[in-house]
Ligand binder design. Structure first.
Ligand SMILES: [Zn+2]
Length: 260
């Protein structure tokens, strides 16, 4: 009995310090499906040839699934890039080129993998990573605060379950919709398609500013939050959905550039 209690205590102590699965499995599939629907016919043929038909959807969670494997032992911190709160605009944007020394390696990994794909477009593992990491890049709690491990140490109750702030954005908001990944992808494209052009025009700096502002809004909202989960859903679901859609559009843009 004591050993069982010890096991659960250890689980409780260790679990929240991990960066979990950004967007959860459904979210990454939604992003990949939106991207797939926005590929040029030529790019779609190429990625289908490399990963199999609809392979970018089926492999969109592969990078999370192999975290504990030994094939890419350094890939654990490719999934996030935490920031100190209160960064100036110039300090924030500088992180895109002068990669921070701590708090993850998302930007460096993404740039290296994209360069690798430009060099060798048939590199299947690099493609699988890029499909996934483009999603992580748009998850606001994967570009969150360093001191609480991207919200993993902000503990709260989510519909009467023990949760943390990071996890609400990994799966709490998405799963509340009860959509399948394909239903969600279809809905997002019906709902946001008039914004696709503007999203394509955004620079990487624009996108990072947007993400950082959303992250700060999430922390500010939490500071005054009365714990009402429905109010949280009403407030943040449209913003979460924009992040998923924009991520899919930017992934398509990148893949069209490499394969189109
Ligand atoms: Zn991830």
């Amino acid at each position: 009995m004591r050993s069982i209690r010890l096991f659960f205590l250890l689980l409780l102590l260790l679990w929240p310090t991990q960066h979990l699965l950004a967007w959860g499995k459904t979210g990454h599939r939604v992003i990949a499906q939106v991207a797939y629907d926005n590929l040029t016919p030529r790019a779609r043929r190429q990625v289908d040839r490399i990963l199999g038909k609809h392979g970018i959807v089926y492999y969109s969670n592969w990078a999370d699934e192999i975290k504990s494997d030994t094939i890419y032992p350094d890939s654990y911190d490719w999934h996030y890039q935490d920031f100190d709160p209160g960064l100036s605009d110039s300090a924030l944007v500088a992180c895109l080129t002068h990669y921070p020394q701590e708090g993850g390696n998302l930007f460096r990994a993404m740039d290296s993998l994209v360069a690798l794909l430009h060099n060798d477009p048939s590199n299947a593992d690099a493609l699988r990573f890029v499909v996934h990491l483009m999603g992580d890049r748009f998850c606001p709690m994967h570009t969150a605060h360093l001191d609480d491990l991207g919200g993993n140490r902000v503990f709260l109750q989510w519909f009467k379950q023990p949760y943390n702030l990071h996890r609400i954005w990994d799966d709490g908001l998405i799963e509340a919709s009860r959509y399948s990944y394909s239903e969600y992808a279809e809905y997002l494209q019906d709902h946001f398609s008039d914004q696709a052009r503007a999203i394509r025009r955004m620079t990487d700096a624009d996108l990072l500013r947007h993400n950082y502002a959303l992250t700060n809004e999430i922390y500010d909202y939490y500071a005054d939050w009365d714990g009402n989960c429905w109010h949280y859903l009403y407030h943040f679901t449209p913003k979460m959905e924009w992040q998923l859609y924009a991520s899919g559009i930017r992934l398509a843009m990148l893949l069209n550039d490499i394969y189109g």
